[in-house]
Design a protein around this ligand. Structure first.
Ligand SMILES: [Fe+2]
Ligand SMILES: [Fe+2]
Length: 172
């Protein structure tokens, strides 16, 4: 993703998420590595902000998208090490994130769907809202992007346009 700090200058975006960013529970996501070149806070902000831009572009609910996008990976363990009897990391961590998100803010049914279904593809429950599809797609791309930097990758505008175009087609 180009200019990973663009969100810092976007006051409209910041107004939507600043109460969440002010929480220690959100800030401490920075202590956990996510992909090769990012920590979990950087990853969460990246997914939130790019999902927000796409939601705005296609006329979806950018507030729910930005907020749930920011909280979608709110868990505090190293997924490479910690294993759960209840199921795979892909199944368990969205549910843990939802529980943690509820401790710091009110979560709407749409935001719940965004958080719980963000691993669609690895899990089978179908996202119910287009906002859930956006976050799930952006999360997939972010994983590749954060892993691949600085190897060749699609430019930010290209992939954002691609996702927006696909979404517009699906929900036309
Ligand atoms: Fe996740
Ligand atoms: Fe994620």
């Amino acid at each position: 993703m180009q200019n990973p700090n663009a969100w810092r200058q976007d006051t409209e975006y910041l107004n939507i998420v600043d109460d969440l960013l002010a929480h220690d529970e959100v800030q401490k996501l920075a202590l956990y590595p996510q992909h090769h070149f990012s920590n979990r806070l950087q990853h969460s902000i990246s997914v939130s902000y790019h999902s927000y831009l796409i939601a705005k572009k296609i006329g979806a609910d950018e507030v729910a998208t930005a907020r749930a996008g920011l909280l979608h990976d709110m868990f505090y363990y190293d997924w490479r090490v910690t294993k759960f009897a209840e199921g795979s990391h892909a199944y368990v961590h969205p549910r843990i994130a939802l529980k943690n998100a509820r401790k710091i803010t009110t979560i709407s049914p749409k935001e719940e769907d965004i958080i719980v279904k963000h691993m669609f593809g690895a899990t089978i429950a179908l996202p119910k809202y287009r906002e859930s599809w956006i976050v799930s797609l952006v999360d997939d791309f972010a994983a590749v992007d954060e892993y691949a930097i600085p190897k060749a990758y699609l430019t930010y505008f290209k992939w954002q346009e691609n996702i927006a175009r696909k979404m517009a087609r699906v929900f036309a």
